[in-house]
Design a protein around this ligand. Structure first.
Ligand code: NDP
Length: 636
């Protein structure tokens, strides 16, 4: 049986101690279980490098079991089997439970990820809750289009779920990025295999526990912590996983695309790195530019894909900006996760990442850039790095070209708009950009010239659940958040239809068009209804075949019974589609769709709206009910 980790946290930011409990197993098919190969992951507190707890490490074998459960759930209790309104209800319930446990989740996120509790509380977890609610609202609003291809045909599109989706989440914003992926994936009816980073698996396990409490059917959400090279790779290669949504490094994104291409061509959404320009013009509001430029690179130690790590400052404001920006960076001091001050700077996530950041700083120094401030580690315990600003860097230096993912900014002076646009776009990345100016025309001009998925004016990147987020160039593919994210988790299909018209039997047995003028005086309303339903056939081709109308009476009755049942099960659209009738006898030998269309006269087509109306007439529905139908509502 998996262990339950329990602890309590205290600190100035907390009104009272927070108790935390996390099940440390794998969450598969609605239960916490041990991993088949019994592996574990050491979860480390980056403020001191000490182990917090062990959690289960899933491998390819556990991924197989999880996929089986997810596939089963997709086919039986989720996907198109559960109405959107119910999916939305469960998602809202989960959001409510997250809100009720917001302090506990924030504490987990802070300790596991080395971030300030107050940041986790007010940004990460709050965003995750809002995101779940936003997508819960979409769950019953997934609509396709009706496309008329000519007067007698139309197609309609449906937005169908894809199936089992693998969601691979990084360590910098674990719960928030989980919600970016699971929000749209669940709303659209997909089932999930979620693999959190080995560095921050705890909030995903808490999320699984709350999802179970919310009442998600077993198998809809599976959480399998594990190592990237085993569990992550198994997700990318799995033949029954239809889509992978990944956030992390460009290197791993490339591996995931390759694995998808070599296996089942699964769909891939990638949210990768960035080397984002942050441009300050002479006419900027200085205080605003300094505040956001500081947050843009030093929030969460610069461990953000959208970090504004290349800061371009126009020559007229350069000195003032540098003075204020340097001061702001120096107010950031290391401290405890549960400190109340928002200027406390946390640690880098792990020893590996710490070494990586320090190596970049060393390369900047050895390549000849000038350390304006910072440039060293802080203390000997944990993974703290000074907020660092480089100047006098050359465009080809590693610190200018590569994503450092640490609190390291490179500041470059520029003269003109043209110069700065060229420098800003001179990167293989294209995730985000920040522009500071009080000139609206310039803001628009520069925004449109920047090769970036997002441009922020007079602010830095703050993700908003309503707004799509995703990169240009090697920063990724596809969008997260906002309505656009729904596309990433659905496949749009088209279904073409040949709409027809109902017919009624003529005394001589030949089906004729049914309209006010042609209704026989002797025909009672009852007859009409009966005839309408009689003639509603399930499929265009079958309709044409049946339209021969010399079908024996007995056979016709048999057809009618089946067809009415079909009709009751399906939407009005099906009813309208299937009523084609009155095909000229000589045309009926060949039941090709095109031929049948050609056989229809203009006059018949003119009759169609009236005829279709007649099918959904309320009286008709009543008649059908009296005739024993169980599902008349489908007609109404
Ligand atoms: P990775 O890209 O390796 O990790 C991100 C996620 O991918 C983790 O869950 C990881 O698992 C998983 N993963 C790793 N290898 C594979 C694989 N072969 N197949 C499938 N999944 C895999 O990032 P790192 O943690 O190594 O960080 C390195 C750099 O990546 C950072 O310095 C930064 O530049 C960038 N990065 C960008 C992020 C962003 O928000 N765009 C987020 C995180 C990192 P596991 O943790 O177990 O290795």
């Amino acid at each position: 049986m998996p262990q339950i980790f329990t602890t309590e946290y205290k600190g100035p930011a907390l009104e009272k101690p927070i108790k935390v409990t996390v099940n440390t197993g794998l969450f598969i098919d609605g239960k916490f279980v041990d991993p088949i190969e019994k592996g574990t992951i050491d979860v480390i507190d980056p403020t001191n490098g000490k182990k917090i707890v062990d959690v289960a490490a899933g491998t390819a074998k556990d991924i197989d079991v999880a996929v089986e459960a997810a596939q089963r759930a997709f086919k039986t209790v989720w996907g198109t089997k559960t109405p959107g309104v119910e999916r939305g209800r469960l998602m809202n319930k989960l959001a409510d439970l997250m809100e009720q446990n917001i302090h506990e989740i924030s504490a987990i996120e802070a300790v596991d990820g080395g971030k300030l509790f107050i940041h986790a509380l007010t940004v990460d977890v709050q965003q995750a809750i809002s995101n779940m609610r936003y997508f819960a609202g979409w769950a019953d609003k997934l609509q396709g289009k009706t496309i008329e291809t000519d007067d007698s045909k139309f197609a309609y599109t449906r937005h169908e779920p894809i199936g089992v989706c693998g969601c691979i989440v990084p360590w910098n914003f674990p719960i928030m990025i989980t919600s970016w992926k699971l929000g749209p994936a669940l709303a659209t009816g997909n089932t999930i295999i979620l693999k959190p980073s080995e560095l921050t698996p705890l909030s995903a396990l808490k999320f699984a526990e709350l999802a179970s409490q919310a009442g998600f059917p077993p198998g809809v959400i599976n959480v399998v912590p594990g190592y990237g090279s085993t569990a992550g790779q198994a997700i990318s290669e799995h033949p029954l996983i239809r889509k992978v949504s990944f956030t992390g490094s460009t290197l791993t994104g490339r591996k995931i695309m390759e694995a998808a291409a070599k296996t089942n061509m699964k769909r891939v959404t990638l949210e990768l790195g960035g080397k984002n320009p942050n441009i300050v013009f002479d006419d900027a509001d200085l205080a605003q530019a300094v505040k956001w430029s500081t947050l843009g690179i030093f929030h969460h130690n610069g461990q953000m894909c959208a970090a504004g790590s290349r800061i371009f400052v126009q020559e007229g404001i350069y000195d003032k900006f540098m003075h204020a920006f340097t001061e702001a960076s120096r107010t950031l001091q290391p401290g405890s996760t549960f400190d109340a001050s928002p200027t406390v700077q946390g640690p880098i996530i792990s020893q590996t990442q710490f070494d990586r950041v320090m190596n970049y700083i060393a390369s900047g120094k050895s390549d000849g850039a000038k350390v304006h401030t910072g440039g060293d580690r802080i203390g000997k315990q944990g993974f703290f790095v000074q907020p660092t600003i480089f100047t006098e860097a050359k465009p080809d230096m590693k610190i200018v070209r590569e994503e450092i993912f640490g609190p390291v900014a490179v500041v470059v002076k520029f003269k003109t708009e043209e110069d700065v646009i060229a420098m800003a776009n001179d990167t293989s990345y294209g995730l985000a950009s920040n522009v500071f100016t009080t000139n609206l025309a310039r803001a628009t001009r520069i925004s449109n010239a920047l090769e970036a998925g997002s441009v922020y004016v007079n602010m830095a990147s703050v993700p908003d659940f309503r707004v799509p987020f995703g990169g240009y160039k090697q920063s990724g593919q596809g969008k997260e958040m906002g309505e656009y994210a729904l596309e990433a988790y659905t496949q749009q299909v088209q279904r073409k239809q040949l709409p027809g018209r109902p017919r009624r039997r003529r005394p001589d047995g030949v089906g004729v068009a049914l309209d006010e003028e042609t209704v026989d005086e002797d025909t009672t309303e009852d007859d009409t209804v009966e005839d309408d339903t009689d003639d509603i056939i399930d499929d265009d081709v079958i309709v044409a075949e049946e339209g021969v109308d010399d079908v024996a009476e007995d056979d016709r009755d048999g057809v009618m019974e089946d067809d009415v049942e079909e009709m009751m099960d399906d939407d009005f659209v099906d009813v309208a589609d299937d009523g084609f009738a009155d095909v000229e006898e000589e045309c009926l030998e060949d039941v090709e769709e095109e031929d049948v269309t050609e056989c229809r006269t203009d006059e018949e087509e003119d009759d169609e709206p009236a005829l279709l109306d007649s099918i959904v007439d309320e009286d008709d529905a009543t008649e059908l009910e009296e005739a024993g139908s169980e599902d008349v509502e489908a007609l109404e």
